[in-house]
Design a protein around this ligand. Structure first.
Ligand SMILES: NC(=O)C1=CN([C@@H]2O[C@H](COP(=O)(O)OP(=O)(O)OC[C@H]3O[C@@H](n4cnc5c(N)ncnc54)[C@H](OP(=O)(O)O)[C@@H]3O)[C@@H](O)[C@H]2O)C=CC1
Ligand SMILES: Nc1nc(=O)c2c([nH]1)NC[C@@H]1CN(c3ccc(C(=O)N[C@@H](CCC(=O)O)C(=O)O)cc3)C=[N+]21
Length: 283
């Protein structure tokens, strides 16, 4: 049996649809719509593309998005001033600073200055702390989307062995915490892991967020495992994930494609968090 595809694009689209309806309802009650500010510094091509995608998605569901495209020489102080202005702006419910930032602008400093109640990326220490403690706060978009993708299969997470490859603050680590919250037994692997294959082979749920093409191959994967691929890589000019998709698909019970898996869900979760921020303020 060949694994079934978890269609992230389709799931994201159905989330967009329900957000659109919810926003219409909120608008009729409050006479306002959610607002998202996106700050993009520099001319990284991929970042410009992602920000345009976010803008388009906002438009589709009725979120008012304001994008600040700043040139690469913008200073950290100027970005902080803009954040300060947006923190005070009643029409802005969410603030996102697109990563990576140019040299000279500190990611930590930037994230620390976004009001936690507008931190729809879930990168501020208050929100990551809440995630750690199991309290309610903004969840980072990619990890939140990954959990929804796993849940869409209707396979129970509780008690399963889950392996997360990658330990970054924005994908790997929070994904591991969310899987733990769902009562999985979680192993976090990274570049210093000695026996990656052995860990992966033991996993019922595999989440790869390493950014290495063909890191996860068929022989490493347990029969009927769920495979979630967050990786974004270019191989022979093509966008691919971390997983050897064609071959791993034969063994997995469920698998996400790249493109069309985790990526679209990341954007859907950004919209969801923005609506959540709006509701906390106005309803
Ligand atoms: N689809 C989406 O919406 C998103 C996708 N991404 C993609 O997900 C991937 C991860 O992103 P991010 O977490 O920001 O990346 P980072 O580069 O910050 O982290 C990569 C992690 O993978 C680990 N790693 C690297 N190589 C190996 C290896 N050979 N074996 C095991 N572990 C390895 C690193 O280990 P160590 O800590 O030891 O260095 C690190 O923890 C990237 O491809 C990125 O483009 C990211 C954000 C959103
Ligand atoms: N502050 C901040 N927040 C982020 O959430 C953030 C960020 N910075 N920096 C970069 C990463 C990456 N990221 C993606 C979002 C959507 C797709 C996505 O939708 N990808 C499509 C393919 C797009 C294509 O064709 O290139 C897909 O996988 O189907 C990918 C990657 C968000 N990130």
């Amino acid at each position: 049996m060949s694994g079934k595809i978890i269609d992230g694009k389709e799931i994201a689209n159905s989330i967009h649809e329900s957000l659109k309806n919810e926003i219409e309802e909120l608008k009729s009650k409050t006479d306002k719509v959610p607002g998202l500010a996106v700050i993009l510094v520099g001319d990284d091509k991929a970042s410009h593309k992602y920000v345009s995608m976010k803008e388009k998605a906002c438009k589709k569901v009725g979120i008012n998005s304001v994008v600040y495209r700043l040139d690469a020489n913008t200073t950290e102080e100027e970005v902080l001033e803009l954040i300060d202005k947006l923190n005070k702006d009643e029409d802005i419910n969410g603030i996102l600073v697109q990563l990576p930032l140019p040299n000279g602008i500190g990611e930590k400093k930037i994230n620390a200055n976004i009001l936690p109640s507008k931190d729809v990326d879930g990168f501020h220490a208050v929100n990551t702390g809440k995630l750690f403690l199991g309290e309610e706060g903004f969840l980072p978009c990619t990890p939140k989307g990954i959990i929804k993708l796993i849940k869409s299969t209707d396979i129970e997470i509780e008690g399963k062995n889950a392996v997360v490859i990658g330990r970054s603050n924005i994908v790997g680590k929070p994904t591991a915490l969310l899987l733990l919250r769902e009562n999985a037994t979680v192993t976090i692997c990274h570049s210093r892991t000695r026996n990656l294959e052995e860990h992966i082979r033991n996993a019922d749920i595999i989440v790869s967020a390493a950014g290495v093409a063909d890191l996860v191959t068929e022989t490493m994967v347990k029969d009927k495992a769920i495979v979630i691929d967050a990786g974004i890589n270019f191989k022979d000019g093509k966008l691919v994930g971390d997983v050897d998709y064609i071959n791993v698909k034969k063994k997995a019970s469920w698998i996400t494609p790249v493109p069309g898996g985790v990526g679209p869900m990341t954007i859907a979760m950004l919209l969801e968090n923005t609506v959540e921020a709006f509701k906390k303020k106005w309803s």
